[in-house]
Design a protein around this ligand. Sequence first.
Ligand code: F0G
Length: 432
Amino acid sequence: MKSELLCINQTCGAIYPGTDVIYNCPKCGGLLESAFYPPVGSPIALRKVWRERRLCNRPLDQSGVWRYREMLPFDEAGAGAVTLREGNTPLLSAPKAASYASLDAIIFKHQGFNPTGSFKDNGMTCGVTQAVRLGMKRVACVSTGNTSASMAAYAAAAGLEPLIFIPNGNISYGKLAQALEYGARTFQVEANFDQILALVRVLAERLGIYLLNSINPFRIEGQKTIMAEMLDQRDWSVPDWVVLPGGNLGNISAFGKGLRELHSAGFISRLPRIAVVQAEGAAPFYDFINKGGEFRAVGHPETLATAIKIGDPVSWPKAKSVIEATNGVVERVTEQEIADAKAIIGASGIGCEPASAATLAGLRKLKAAGIVKADADIVAVLTGNVLKDPDYIYRYHTGKLDAPTGERLKSTFGNEPTVVPNDADKIASLIA
Ligand code: F0G
């Protein structure tokens, strides 16, 4: 297989070998995407092969990413792949969440079922495999938490040295704890995500460290398979909408690329519409798509959904083409809307981290605005596990959750624990 990196900037269109260690086009600075030849093959044969692999005990076939390896820019046999059996995430129906948004039905694709609890594992398995293929010894990322947890785990599994840069005091303990446990060298930088990304790019270049942020095209390749797996699980029936939260906009870029490739190879006959939801205090892409004009970064992004606390998303040009190609929309939601939607997803027995709940909050608004119809066929992607941010949960349910503005959020669906004496009669009377 021949793998290349293409500059997505149409006025440039430069092509580089897939083994170059570059993240932006050296000629024009544009974003790069991976391409491989021959492209993904015939749907008739591959749908069957992909389905049969689910019954197989080979590690690569058990991975919900490598099972779709004909879509990936690696050796066909998947030689050298670093896998923790990522993917394989369920489609869960959530009637309570649907009725909260006045919709007939919602299906959640829960990426929080991944080995490190987020969709980052789908991309990281490919990113770290590429690092190994290139002979890199050290890998680095800046992260709002999930990328670092994932990178730490995969790097450790591959015997590489992970270096993690996080905004000091701005990631949840669940995620920080994972990075420490997986043995990453962790630097808490006194700056925000966007500032640290610039810093890490300089360090990666200077020290010859492989950068594994979503600007890395091989991460995007792995995340593409989330759409393949979702469609495979639905026997290739295309939903009307795919809804996801947006931060650095890598995931929407990946979904768009995956859908585009599956469409042009004939696996699906139409594209779903994509809806991206941002937190109101960190919504530069919402402003760009809905208000027009130049793309403008938000200097001081703010949201309790720290996973998507990003003001200058690097992948916005790719995300823009996905919105255009899928007749997509971008919505934004408040802190209160995220917190309440999250409690509803929890009360559905599903649960997710705050950023993921932006999907339900956004759907509720899009339904109210008449953009999403009540009977629409919807897949919303829950990006992270409920246990990623337990502090947020405890505060919400006990009425102690403050928005970044200092305003106390309402504990609309609060579920406070009750302190009781060690007394069966008293407890029985409370229960009865
Ligand atoms: N949801 C969760 C749980 C995330 O961790 C992220 C991103 C997103 C949504 C947004 O995805 O950036 O592809 O638009 N987290 C990154 C990180 C930035 O460092 O873990 P995106």
